[in-house]
Design a binder for this molecule. Structure first.
Ligand SMILES: [Zn+2]
Length: 258
């Protein structure tokens, strides 16, 4: 049981935090040092916006090509059907592969393929209770699926770090959630013969970001402390394809099932 290839997406995960807290992040420490795994900084060559970046990761297309720029366009929440691309799961399904994707955050609420799931906080978790619920419920669903099924590809994503880092960058709570993600990865990795762990972009202090993704002050008057950074996280196991940008993840997955 499990998956030939397990892809774990962690929205906004950054080496800037991981490397500084490696002593407390036992799984990341293992992934960085064990010779079975390769890890690197993946520097984006596209704007570090979550919606277009996740589409690039799973469609292999640039933002100009797939044209999914925002979660909301002209006050309309975008849906899967608004994005005119084939994702890797669409392509693999046509060739008879068994594929499931859970909580992929290129739309709100996040997208599920071949699995029913309702994301806590509608996929935009905004407080401790919802961040904890996301991590727990997504993980439970992923483990339940991987324990009972033999899949070719299983994709599972988490958005809590992105949301909480905007509000709490520089605070202790950020490290606390990296520890939760670290434990989560530990629970999941043994289910995949091959593995890709990817973030859609990194994170940094608000003033350090080259591209500002949100206004400094939110509608309800809260000041944001962090913003997206172009350096993302990449960790792989048994993946031959060289991954040098987000689109290469799509190529790498395709290559596994060639
Ligand atoms: Zn993101």
């Amino acid at each position: 049981m499990g998956a030939e290839l397990l892809v774990i997406g962690i929205d906004a995960a950054t080496w800037a935090i991981i490397d500084r807290h490696l002593d407390k992040l036992k799984t990341f420490k293992m992934l960085k040092t064990h010779k079975e795994y390769k890890s690197k900084v993946l520097t984006l060559d596209q704007k570090p916006y979550s919606a277009p970046c996740w589409v690039s990761i799973f469609s292999g297309k640039t933002e100009e090509e797939h044209r999914h720029h925002e979660f909301v366009v002209d006050n309309e929440i975008q849906t899967r059907d608004d994005i005119k691309v084939d994702f890797i799961w669409d392509i693999l399904k046509r060739t008879g592969k068994k594929v499931k994707a859970l909580n992929v955050p290129f739309i709100v609420p996040p997208y599920n393929f071949n699995i029913n799931f309702e994301a806590p906080g509608l996929g935009i978790p905004s407080n401790r209770e919802e961040w904890d619920a996301e991590i727990a419920e997504v993980t439970n669903r992923a483990i339940e699926t991987l324990r009972n099924e033999n899949l070719d590809l299983f994709v599972v994503c988490y958005v809590s770090l992105d949301k909480l880092q905007h509000f709490h960058w520089g605070e202790k709570i950020v490290e606390e959630y990296y520890e939760k993600i670290d434990e989560t990865i530990d629970k999941l990795i043994s289910f995949g013969k091959k593995l890709i762990i990817i973030s859609d972009h990194g994170f940094c202090a608000f003033g350090e970001a080259k591209i500002q993704t949100l206004p400094r002050i939110t509608k309800d008057g809260t000041e944001l402390k962090g913003d997206h950074h172009e350096n993302a996280v990449l960790i792989t196991k048994n993946i031959k394809t060289e991954i040098n940008n987000l689109r290469d993840v799509f190529k790498a997955i395709k290559e596994v099932f060639k």
